[in-house]
Design a binder for this molecule. Sequence first.
Ligand code: FMN
Ligand code: 173
Length: 383
Amino acid sequence: MLNVNDWRAAARRTLPRFVYEYVDGAAEDERCLARNRSALDAVSLTPRILRDTRRIDPAVSLFDQTWAQPFAIAPTGLNGLIRPGGDLMGAAAAQTMGVPFVLSTASNERLEAVREAAPQAQLWLQLYVMEDRSVAEQLLRRAKAAKFSALVLTVDVPVSGSREKDIRNGFKVPFKPSLPLAMDLMRHPAWSLRQAMGGGPKFVNLVEDTKARMSAQAQAALLARAMDRGLDWASLSWLRRHWDGPLLVKGVLHPVDARRAQQEGVDALIVSNHGARQLDVAPTSIDQLPRVVDAVRGAIPVLMDSGIRRGSDVARALAQGAHAVLIGRPVLYGLAVKGQAGIERVLTTLASELERTMILLGETDIAALRVSRSPADPCQGGS
Ligand SMILES: Cc1cc2nc3c(=O)[nH]c(=O)nc-3n(C[C@H](O)[C@H](O)[C@H](O)COP(=O)(O)O)c2cc1C
Ligand SMILES: O=C(O)C(=O)c1ccccc1
């Protein structure tokens, strides 16, 4: 297991096909997925020479908190399907690595249990706003009580992207038994046994009381991503009444939206195309990043995700102006193969790749990497 691609191959063997395709798949023709890679690959970074690189400092700070590395674990729904207790493992791994963990609204764990599993971790909550807004209000109250330190409002899922692999696999609630499914499960006995012992994944994060259960209908709605399509700029003031901590908006791609969000008092932006799982014709994060950074003129930090697979990709994003990045699928490959230890190994691999990249570039700290390599520089930047 040398790199993220090796973990991906191992995850593909470990997981039933319908789970692997849920994780790895993207919207429609998966063109955006391919472009996320090709756009990152088009960014070259020119090394600087004869600089003392004995000490490399990969730490960043955001909202008065220090991260050991300039990356965080992205929010991903249904981690319990990859492995029972997936979010407990993710939060514990984040605590070990000294990086933030973003818990999805569509988690299979209650946020209180995630806090218990990682008492010292920097935990953030990702919010999906569904039609019944009291669900969100309740979640925010509990997140505050459990010392979640920041809120990530995801705005790129007014409706689910069309994940055709999921449709073909019948990936929905209720899950209908079928012959292909039974074969899939029999070919992956370790996964099936673990799930049977764990009682199967349930969306319980939205349930306040441990003993209460979400209705099958509510679970189906969450998996079908039945969001409040009335969510708009004015909704931010509703949100602010229920959350007084740092607020990030995830899913920004247009520079005009970036500027608007900054003017509305949003504390940070996450440039993202949702790992290519929503709009297949969306631009890539790495291409939009410099435009978004320009639009907010340094007033607020800009994070990015979608397609990061190497430490050198992290460096590419930082050099295009990102303060930090989020890691989505690579974390899930680690979780699938080896649980918490697998996540830690994936993140450690990214960290050591980043360190080597920084040494080769002649950059010793993250701020310098970001500031000194403006895309306007003729020796830097994209294609
Ligand atoms: C299986 C899966 C589930 C996801 N669920 C959520 C979610 O619940 N909320 C959210 O804001 N983003 C979700 N995302 C998007 C990620 O937060 C992130 O934007 C994306 O995975 C980054 O791209 P990458 O996987 O190429 O790193 C999900 C992504 C995947 C792969
Ligand atoms: O699959 C996703 O990308 C996602 O955001 C999601 C939303 C709801 C439930 C599970 C995943």
